[in-house]
Write a protein that binds this ligand. Sequence first.
Ligand code: NOJ
Length: 696
Amino acid sequence: MTLAEKLGQLQQLDGDFPTGAGRPEQFEMVRKGTLGSTLNVRGAKNVNELQRAALASRLKIPHLFAFDVIHGYRTIFPVPLGEAASFDPKAAELSAYIAAKESRSAGVAWTFAPMVDIARDPRWGRIVEGAGEDTFLGVEFAKARVRGFQGTDYSQPDRVLACAKHWVAYGAAQGGRDYNTTDISENTLYNVYFPPFKAAADAGADTFMSSFNDLNGVPATANRWVMTDVLRKEWKFDGFVVSDYTAVMELLNHGIAKDESDAAQLALNAGVDMEMVSRFYNTHGEQLLKDRKLTAATIDEAVRRILRVKYRLGLFDKPYTDESLEAKTLLAPEHRKAAREIAAKSFVLLKNDRQTLPLRKNIDELAIIGGLADSKEDVLGSWNGDGKVADAVTLLEGVRNKLGNNTKIRYAKGCDAKCEDTSEFNKAVDAAKDSDFTILVVGESAAMSGEAASRSNLDLPGRQLDLVKAIHATGKPYAVVLMNGRPLTINWVAENSPAILETWFAGTEAGNAIADVLFGDVNPSGKLPVTFPRSIGQIPIFYNMMNTGRPFKEAEKYTSKYLDIPNTPLYPFGYGLSYTNFQLSNVRLSSKQIAPTGSLTVSVDVQNTGSRDGTEVVQLYIRDLVGSVTRPVKELKGFERVALRAGEKRTVTFTLKPEQLGFYNAANKFVVEPGDFKVWVSQSSDGGLEDNFTVR
Ligand code: NOJ
């Protein structure tokens, strides 16, 4: 390979997003062998056209097509945060598999997913793209999503190459402001932020994306410690790293590179193999070699990593996409069916006074209120792949599909998600007054979360709370349906509204799935993958915090607390109700004492004590009481979805192994330390049945 051809493999450029076609310049570069990859070029025909140009090049190295397939390609599944609320990694695996199948049929071989950033700050808009605040849950979803995308062999025509992103600590942006600096101890990186990435790598994810953020003074994209020492040397990762969009160029703004060539040198020497969109490797690579600021071996190694993955993708054997598959694969009926089922699993019933929900289907007159109730665009959420607004089912449509013509439905918008204008509140109030029941849909528009969509205020946007109060004041029964990409501070609603169903942004089948749950065809089973604060002043607030030297004590002044609000969240991590009730009893451990290398089982009986079938997510938490570094007051270490018929009782058994009992110590070595542990089995991170054991 000539140097230009090598550097070409290190370059990725952005195609034409709206059409999915390659740009004229890109065809030219590909023919010359100086462009190895694009993002956003998609659609079997577009892809094959550019691929033909690649195979007309001197070395005939196939082109690699990437796309952000975050929660579906054409069939859109719930946003990843919502999907994590299912506590069902199998569901995530299935949705990733369907997304992979659709993507590959459209020529896309590489997805920029899963996003496995731990996010403990709901102000950060990208919290919507991951599995929430918890490392254990994050690990389980990271593995499941990688398996779903890649299978055991990602050269297969229904699989795609995964990309764990954003490496690393992007979710810890200071103040929750996107792209902001992060400053986190190495120990917290090892214990909290690294594990989902490690799990993704171990599950076979062969690419990582470097994050935008400055990390402890060295921007991730120039950070040799994370890119090479941890990822390659410690974890033995043999795939390649792509920079985030213009992240190499942004090293100039970070003030760590003095010019373009310096930026190229820093990123490539750190271990970032492929440059997305900016072109510093290509423009300055030759001179950097001459100046000995870069070695030929470094360039060769980056090229080798990229070509190795292209081989593993099977592109050398089968560079083209079968154009006959795409139309019948996208939005296949079984994909929509899965999207509907997974969406229903992602909903979290936050409140349900006096069994307000489920609603009966023979209701005579129903009001549906809220701009989000009939917005096809918003239910698709942010990063909706190649999803089409026209395919989406709104809540209004879903309820109509469910009830047919027997119920008179009055739809009144009230206001849109921004809710600056209250002039239509009256119509909404009249609709509620005239009807037997009101479904009131409030929350955020899809654009209010996702990339570059941080918020400093987590209340219902605009005057939406006034709309809720106006409906409440009618005195008629109603339920609130939330759509949002992050936890919201909804104290008034939590206190006053009779029922609240959290539906996130549920994807193509949103409306049908919501109707399934509102009318009781599906019993809600989701649990919060992230804490809902009472106030933004509590942020960061997450359940697995440290105890502090002065843990909160009622009526003692010099303890860790706020003067004006409780320490507790509005809704804790792991919380979610059902239309039935479950009772846990009879916790038993296989042993009260184990060796550091040993394991033990924790069993509990769970009974459905209500009169409807339902599914409970039984959760297992531990606390390591004394450690060589401080340990969280609780840590999730197991969960299981248990489907129980009314009255049915079953035993659930968890196994605690060294990998669950240990942590990274001050030297960042994984250890299981002797000492006493508490263990809880519970229905959320709050409370539960408690026992204890000793590691000795
Ligand atoms: C920027 C985002 O941070 C990243 O997640 C995404 O994959 C790239 N843009 C490509 O669209």
